[in-house]
Design a protein around this ligand. Structure first.
Ligand code: 13P
Length: 253
């Protein structure tokens, strides 16, 4: 059956020392009370190599927030998927709406990034989600379908099966306005159906689809209780130990 995952996306927050401190706190609380899901910490590139050894022997896995669309070479300031993997990271967030909006990342570029991530043994957490105008126009399904199909539907079934999806409605990110459990379930079911139509029921049933957007300790349980919501991609609430643990506890009975 598909994995349940709670992944933290630190975005551009935390100095190295603050990050290490948070990981230490999480290590203690998660050792005392084992989570009922996989836990992933996605940090800025610069922290990866230092955070990796502190996660050894814990239940947490490491991820990056991005990687380059080129394998290597003269691309000043870029960080390749191979470099990310060489730190010990296992995951990489790709296609986050902030990358799409502020850094103009488009479908073909994201397809290249996913391909390089997979070639280097990383699990992409591929983000999709509509903006408020799309939802107000009732076009959320079309938008999300296009995002998935334009970047991911050229992959073989074997490769697609390695990808984790994250539905993050842009209007819910950092706004305190969460999608209702019903809205999340509706979209996740739609996404799973789209995957099933393209790759078949087995791959769709095994595909983890995370929800992201103002997910917090108060609403996590209700969101995660939906049959097609397999966990969360967490921004603000991933920055404090108690909050992140509270979200992880959304999977506790
Ligand atoms: P918030 O949880 O801060 O809304 O951010 C969600 C997100 O963008 C995770 O990638």
């Amino acid at each position: 059956m598909r994995k349940k995952i709670v992944a933290g996306n630190w975005k551009m927050n935390k100095t190295l020392q603050e990050g290490i401190e948070l990981v230490k706190e999480l290590t203690t609380v998660l050792a005392n009370e084992k989570p009922n899901c996989d836990v992933v910490i996605c940090t800025p590139f610069i922290h990866l190599a230092s955070v990796a050894p502190t996660l050894k022997g814990t239940v947490m896995e490491l991820g990056a927030e991005n990687c380059a669309d080129k394998a290597s070479g003269a691309y000043t300031g870029e960080v390749s998927a191979a470099m990310v993997a060489s730190t010990g990271a296992k995951y990489v967030i790709l296609g986050h709406s902030e990358r799409r909006a502020y850094y103009h990342e488009h479908a073909e570029l994201l397809r290249d990034k996913v391909q390089l991530a997979l070639a280097n043994g990383l699990t992409p957490i591929f983000c999709i989600g509509e903006v408020l105008e799309d939802r107000e126009a009732g076009e959320q399904e079309e938008v999300v379908h296009e995002q998935i199909s334009n970047s991911l539907f050229d992959f073989s079934p074997e490769d697609f099966a390695k990808i984790v999806l994250a539905y993050e409605p842009v209007w819910a990110i950092g706004t305190g306005k969460t999608a209702t459990a019903e809205q999340a379930q509706e979209m996740h079911a739609f996404i799973r159906k789209a995957v099933a139509t393209k790759y078949g029921k087995e791959i769709a049933d095994n595909c983890s689809i995370l929800y992201g957007g103002s997910c917090n300790p108060k609403n996590a349980k209700e969101l995660f209780a939906n049959p097609d919501v397999d966990g969360g991609l967490i921004g603000g609430a991933a920055l404090k130990c108690a909050d992140f643990k509270g979200v992880i506890d959304g999977f506790n009975a």
